[in-house]
Design a protein around this ligand. Structure first.
Ligand code: HEC
Length: 212
């Protein structure tokens, strides 16, 4: 009984997410050509991708000092030089999201302590040092309960790092999109700021609100 009760809650949650988000996600989806191309490669990720430990840290400690800079550069996003922050899988939840056609993804935005504190206080703009990470997965029907949608393979991990001076040209945020731990190409990074600026400039370029 406990199990089926839990599954029912999952169904209700997904249903509740679907309606209010569909307008926003439909609007975002039609402009998301580069992420769609990267996200819908259609290849199931190797099992290792599901393992948080498999996500490379920005600069693994084992890298000798003289190689560290080159390694960091290779793992940094074009334009912004943003890397995957260490430990983000342990960060606190800002909000989940369900992205409709054509991407069809489950998403979760998490924030580091500086970002979460700013959210709680309603502080805008976000202070320097705030970092937001959006994780995304394709979804599939649960093998255990038909109406539950559960994560399939991971698609992209996206990062926004606040540094008002360093990123003054892009609203104070540096952007990074990572696929299998590697930064996406230059063209994809040319789209980030424009879309965020066009729609949510008044909220310091951040779409996601703290989930109730
Ligand atoms: C076509 C519009 C669009 C483009 C282009 C875009 N984003 Fe976003 N981004 C969104 C929307 C809409 C959300 C919130 C909904 C969601 O969860 O997808 C979002 C959310 C985010 C978030 C979570 C914080 C927030 O603002 O809610 C991060 C981090 C992020 N995007 C990074 C990026 C990066 C990095 C790029 C470029 C590689 C990028 N975005 C390009 C529309 C866009």
């Amino acid at each position: 009984m406990t199990r089926s009760h839990a599954a029912t809650l999952t169904l209700a949650t997904v249903a509740a997410l679907l309606s209010p988000l569909s307008a926003l996600t439909a609007a975002a989806a039609d402009r998301s050509a580069p992420p769609a191309a990267g996200a819908s490669r259609g290849q199931p990720a190797p099992a290792a991708h599901a393992d948080p430990a498999a996500i490379p840290a920005a600069v693994p400690a084992a890298i000798p000092a003289d190689n560290a800079a080159a390694h960091a550069a290779a793992n940094a996003s074009p334009i912004y030089g943003v890397t995957l922050p260490e430990g983000y899988r342990q960060w606190q939840l800002v909000a989940p999201a369900l992205e409709g056609e054509p991407l069809n993804e489950l998403r979760t935005v998490v924030g580091n302590p500086i970002a979460i504190e700013a959210y709680r206080r309603g502080q805008l703009p976000f202070p320097d040092g705030a970092v937001l990470v959006k994780l995304a997965w394709k979804y599939t029907r649960s093998a255990d309960f038909a109406s539950a949608l559960v994560p399939a393979h991971a698609t992209t991990v996206q990062v926004m790092v606040k540094d008002a001076k360093k990123y003054a040209a892009s609203g104070g945020w540096g952007y990074g999109r990572f696929i299998d731990g590697k930064p996406a190409d230059l063209a994809q990074h040319q789209t980030c700021f424009a879309c965020h600026a066009a729609r949510v400039k008044d909220r310091d370029y951040v779409f996601t609100r703290l989930a109730p």
